[in-house]
Write a protein that binds this ligand. Sequence first.
Ligand code: PLP
Length: 560
Amino acid sequence: MKIALAADHGGIDIKNLLREALTRRQLTVEDLGPNSPASVDYPDFAQAVAKRVSSGSADEGILVCTTGIGMSIAANRYPHVRAALCLTPVMAERARTHNNANVLVLGGGFLTPDQALAILDQWLKSSFSNEARHARRIAKIDSAPCGDLATTTIESTDPAVYAAIQREAARQQDTIGLIASENYVSRAVREAQGSVLTNKYAEGYPGKRWYNGCAYVDEVEQLAIDRAKAIFGAEHVNVQPHSGSGANIGVYLAVLKPGDTIFAMSLAHGGHLTHGHELNLSGRLYKIAAYGVQPGTEILDYDEIERQAVAARPRLIVAGASAYPRLIDFPRFRAIADRVGALLMVDMAHIAGLVAGGAHPSPFPHADLVTTTTHKTLRGPRGGMILCREQFAADIDKSIFPGSQGGPLMHTVASKAVCFGEVLQPSFKTYAHQVVRNAQAMATTLQTRGCRIVSGGTDNHMLLVDLSNKNITGKEAAADLEKVGIILNKNVIPFDKKSPFVTSGIRIGTPGTTTRGLGETESTRLAHLIVDTLENRGDEAHLKRVAAEVLALAHRFPAP
Ligand code: PLP
């Protein structure tokens, strides 16, 4: 039997005494420290022992601190660890026979050496009684989730991946994320994503699957569908697209023939690759006509869009963008589509959370078909979704399965359901409106510091900053900001003279910072820190102060 042993400064003497006693009994002992009486943090040592017991690399553990309480609390967060604080031999016997304890915890400040040895002796002599009532109770304890589900097993089975995940987790906590298409999901959303549903094949739809054993994943998918319908007021929902791109391609497959014309926002003015980029399936299979914003205002001009639509005679009009900071007029797009006899698809990937929370006008009931990602302002797992009128339901479902996908990712579908449950809470409305207020606070502050904001401001979760007058490219700005812990992306601005690899602009989004709890005061400060960084290039002392303030802000507002 292998026993992992550790203490803190309050338990080191007893720990050393126990190590000698265990060695005398010829048991294998891994002494995890500490080796000096200097003050240490007890969770570090409790966790070292608990991880070994949890993963099976040690059979049992022993922990000693002054009271034994902190060690017990820290160790019991790990799956399969049952740490018991024992102050008498009788308690040790009960902890074994009744509770099947596998980590003995001692309070070194309350025990003489002889008492500690007597407890150890009783602990080693005792074992689980296996009586039904005790076994039932242990099973109930073990069935409850504990600790951070994501990583305890990976740490022992795949240290390389574990280390990378831990570094990414630290990066997220230590930086401020302002990428407009990203967010921080809840632990509940992450738990569903990491669940056993990843094991299940479920080609088809609820009640009509090609595989057996789908009763429970059917329940999950139906919950996701019903909740999405309730949020958006859609007639039909398909929650299976693996991504936003997959959702868009699904619509095109359902309602277009190769060679048909799509009329969508130009990529250079804020559209998405799936709206007709020449290398994307959309640009390769279909004819693309593009509309953009007007020079001067940098805002969509619906009269001009209508004129262009009349000339292009598209089969499908796509409204929606990846980088457009203003409201989109969906009733006007509907009228244009009706005038030219086109279908209207809205790609609300960026603004879905704002629509759900009432902070942006809804594309329903104006659009025939609506696509979205679930991971941006909607704050769910990475994935896509299609919502449509009933008349398109069968064609849409066929175009996703079997048209463009095989088995749905049921763990992701479950995670979408959990996300939609969160979106239906009243607090999500507050969140969505705060996202917009934070973006507006940043835009105003940046303007007062001399930055030009594309279109003069923002109505949604993002803003585009034109850095032309700051003598720095978007690429350089994003790299400099990363060095002080502010993470965003370079972005072309409308009529940009620079290439998409360099750009004149940066894109800033507030979905993530708002999730972390930043309000307008902190968003304003963040905007100042951005300008301070860009205006003090090369001043290492200044940038060090900015980085320290960004880190403090990140730690004050931890990600979930
Ligand atoms: N549509 C829009 C408007 C987007 O901004 C994006 C992604 O940024 C997508 C579709 C594609 O989403 P995904 O990356 O999940 O394929």
